[in-house]
Design a protein around this ligand. Structure first.
Ligand SMILES: Nc1nc2c(c(=O)[nH]1)N[C@H]1C(S)=C(S)[C@@H](COP(=O)(O)O)O[C@H]1N2
Ligand SMILES: [Mo]
Length: 198
């Protein structure tokens, strides 16, 4: 009989290798949390290899079809959080409206203070990739990305830019903030793509 770990590590295959489930919601980022007085000056710039560059107000974003998704998130530091409910706009709906050009292969997400993350076009276009304004049916709190963050649940959570302000479509892959500091260009938690030299 095995009297080892009492904590069940793998919730029926939902938890990637070397991750532990938490029910808290840790706050992780570099730089400062922006506190917006209002969203008058706020916009989302969609640009690069697109037919129709866009500068969307928050109101215009809310006029896109609203999607709700429930997913699990996995932080490269080792925590996973299950059953998170996000509401917002599907990334693919933004891409479609902007008319992303054929040769666009990669995306850079731009956040406040010049923070960036990079991902492949196919990861951006996944049905489950969402630009979220709400978490568990409440507006995002400032520390979790108010008013808008990306949520790319199938990649490590560092890709999911908080305080999103820009989406840039490019032909080639360029490393973002953590990727320049050694994190993996892709970041699949199931393959444990944590560091670029792994
Ligand atoms: N703008 C911005 N977004 C960011 C980060 C950051 O430093 N700046 N850190 C990332 C990292 S490393 C993680 S793990 C998640 C954490 O999100 P949370 O604080 O909502 O848990 O945000 C990601 N998005
Ligand atoms: Mo992270």
């Amino acid at each position: 009989m095995y009297f080892g770990k009492t904590k069940q590590k793998d919730e029926s295959g939902r938890v990637p290798p070397n991750q532990n489930v938490t029910t808290s919601f840790p706050v992780l980022h570099a730089g400062n949390i922006p506190y917006y007085q209002n969203l008058q000056q706020w916009n989302l710039q969609v640009y690069g290899l697109v037919e129709h560059p866009m500068l969307l107000t928050f109101q215009e974003l809310l006029e896109f079809p609203q999607a709700e998704t429930t997913n699990d998130i996995h932080c490269v530091t080792g925590w996973s959080r299950l059953d998170n409910i996000w509401t917002g706009v599907r990334a693919k709906d933004i891409a479609e409206k902007a008319g992303v050009k054929e040769k666009a292969g990669f995306v850079i997400l731009h956040a406040e203070e010049g923070w960036t993350s990079n991902l492949a076009m196919e990861d951006f276009l996944r049905e489950t990739t969402i630009l979220a304004h709400s978490f568990n049916h409440e507006p995002l709190t400032p520390e979790h990305g108010y008013p808008l963050r990306a949520v790319i649940p199938h990649l490590y959570f560092w890709k999911s830019a908080k305080w999103l302000r820009g989406i840039q479509f490019l032909e080639r892959n360029h490393p973002g903030f953590w990727e320049r500091n050694g994190y993996h260009m892709n970041g699949d938690p199931w393959k444990e793509e944590r560091l670029s030299w792994d």
